[in-house]
Design a protein around this ligand. Structure first.
Ligand code: URA
Ligand code: SF4
Length: 226
């Protein structure tokens, strides 16, 4: 598979232009069985961007990320952490639904490394347009995409981390404030924060404890924005 890069028009300046191009992506085989590309959505001037794993069954049908049960948990946790849910942008590490057919049921399958690698150019292109200050990595798949295979969410969740990849410099996709004289102001470096995936809250033996942990991690991100 060629990867997503060749499907990204270099002249695509806006998220809408990227979304339109991503609709035709054939960068890995996942486009074949899924209904449609599910691109990111939300506030394009959001200071914080959330990266999930891949669209689920409902997202695949609606064409929008985080419209199912995990999305409800996430939005509530964002709100409880003191981040305005109206001013966030939500996307996924992989933009097509990967599943296995069992009878008529479509069973979620975790994306493989090839899918994560193939799809990563879309994520980088989104960051370049959005220039977030904090990227919240939700669960192991997004962590693999942005922090590498050795990263362990359970060990390093809730910590503000410096931007990890020297090749994708923070200043390439950072929000750059300009003062009233048009001068570019000093900016803090973009940071990452990893936490559990909201669907892990739904699967937890003690959902309340898992939820409070998610909110606690997101509160660290909220404070970084303050
Ligand atoms: N889970 C994800 O990781 N992303 C979605 O968009 C929905 C559920
Ligand atoms: Fe392209 Fe990503 Fe879909 Fe693969 S999963 S076809 S790389 S958009």
């Amino acid at each position: 598979a060629p990867g997503a890069q060749e499907f990204i028009p270099p002249q695509a300046d806006t998220i809408d232009q990227l979304r339109a191009a991503a609709a035709g992506c054939q960068g890995c085989e996942l486009y074949r069985d899924a209904s449609q590309t599910v691109f990111g959505r939300g506030d394009e001037s959001a200071r914080v961007v959330f990266v999930g794993e891949q669209p689920g069954d409902m997202e695949d049908q609606k064409g929008l990320p985080f419209v199912g049960p995990a999305g409800r948990v996430l939005r509530r946790a964002v709100d409880d952490a003191g981040i305005d849910p109206g001013h966030i942008y939500l996307t996924n590490a992989v933009k097509h639904f990967r599943f296995e057919l069992r009878g008529k049921r479509r069973i979620h399958q975790t994306p493989d490394r090839v899918h994560i690698t193939a799809c990563r150019p879309w994520l980088v292109a989104e960051f370049a347009r959005l220039r977030p200050e904090v990227v919240v990595v939700l669960g192991a798949t997004a962590a693999k995409a942005l922090l590498g295979p050795a990263f362990r969410v359970t060990k390093q969740r809730g910590e503000l981390l410096p931007w990890p990849n020297a090749a994708q410099r923070p200043q390439d996709f950072q929000r750059v404030p300009v003062d009233s004289a048009g001068k570019v102001a000093d900016v803090p470096e973009a940071q990452l924060l990893a936490t559990i995936h909201p669907s892990a809250v739904l699967r937890a033996d003690n959902q309340d404890v898992a939820y409070e942990g998610l909110v606690a991690d997101l509160t660290v991100a909220a404070r970084a924005l303050a």
